[in-house]
Design a protein around this ligand. Structure first.
Ligand SMILES: [Zn+2]
Length: 213
C-alpha cells in the first residue's frame, strides 16, 4: 500500500481533532509524481484510515483503493495541474465558512497571513463538485496558498502535507481573529508598506525557522 494513504489519513484525523473537519465534510489529498492520494467520499474524517484514502492518476483514474474519491476530486486535480502544490486541504471549518458567507476577501489584519500570500480571496459560489467551482477556486488561489469558498468553506495548499495542514490551521485562526476583532470595532488592515516591511524582515531574520544562538 502507498505510504501516502496513511499520511493523508493521519492528516485528516489531525484536522478533525482540531475541529476543522466535521463528520464527512471536507477532504485532503497529497501528490507525489503522477499519483494523488485523496480521501474517499462519505468517509468520517476523524476516524479516517489508510483504506479510506484512494490513489488516482492526474487524470482521475483510480489505481489503488476500493472507495470512490471525494466529490471534489476535480478541484484537487485542477489545483495540482496549476502549480507545484504537494498537498491540498479542503474544509468546512466553522470560522472560515462563516466569514465566507459575508466577505469578498479576508484582508491582512495580522502579519502571519503573509505566509499565505496576502489578502485571501473568496471564490464565488458554485455547487459543490462542479467544474465551475473548481475554476473559481483555481482563480482565487493564483499567487496564494489559501482561498475561501463563498458560503462553503476553505482550501489551503502546501509544499508538503504538513504545510497544507498548518496553512489550514492558520487560515482558521485568521478567520477567528477577523471575527473577534470585528465584534470589537472596525479592524485596522495592514498597509501595503507595513506588509512589505514584514516580508523584508522575515527574509532577513529567517522568520518561522529555529535558529542557533
Ligand atoms: Zn466542501
Amino acid at each position: 500500500m502507498s505510504p501516502l494513504r496513511a499520511a493523508v489519513a493521519a492528516a485528516s484525523r489531525r484536522l478533525a481533532d482540531a475541529g476543522l473537519l466535521v463528520g464527512t465534510a471536507g477532504n485532503v489529498s497529497a501528490r507525489v509524481g503522477d499519483r494523488v492520494a485523496i480521501t474517499a467520499t462519505g468517509v468520517r474524517l476523524g476516524e479516517c484510515g489508510p483504506d479510506e484514502v484512494t490513489v488516482v492518476t492526474l487524470d482521475g483514474t483510480v489505481v489503488e483503493g476500493t472507495l470512490a474519491p471525494t466529490s471534489e476530486l476535480s478541484l484537487h486535480l485542477g489545483v495540482y495541474a496549476d502549480g507545484p502544490a504537494a498537498a491540498i486541504v479542503h474544509t468546512h471549518a466553522p470560522f472560515a465558512t462563516a466569514l465566507a458567507c459575508v466577505v469578498d476577501a479576508l484582508p491582512v489584519l495580522h502579519y502571519q497571513q503573509l505566509t499565505l500570500g496576502g489578502e485571501v480571496r473568496v471564490a464565488p459560489y458554485a455547487t459543490f463538485g462542479t467544474a465551475e467551482l473548481a475554476t473559481h477556486v483555481r482563480t482565487a488561489l493564483e499567487g496564494r496558498s489559501a482561498a475561501l469558498l463563498a458560503n462553503h468553506g476553505s482550501v489551503t495548499l502546501g509544499g508538503s502535507l504538513d504545510q497544507a495542514v498548518e496553512n489550514a490551521l492558520l487560515l482558521e485562526w485568521l478567520c477567528q481573529l477577523h471575527h473577534r476583532a470585528s465584534a470589537l470595532g472596525t479592524p485596522r488592515v495592514l498597509t501595503e508598506e507595513q506588509q512589505a516591511d514584514v516580508v523584508r524582515a522575515a527574509i532577513e531574520r529567517g522568520y518561522g525557522t529555529p535558529q542557533e544562538v
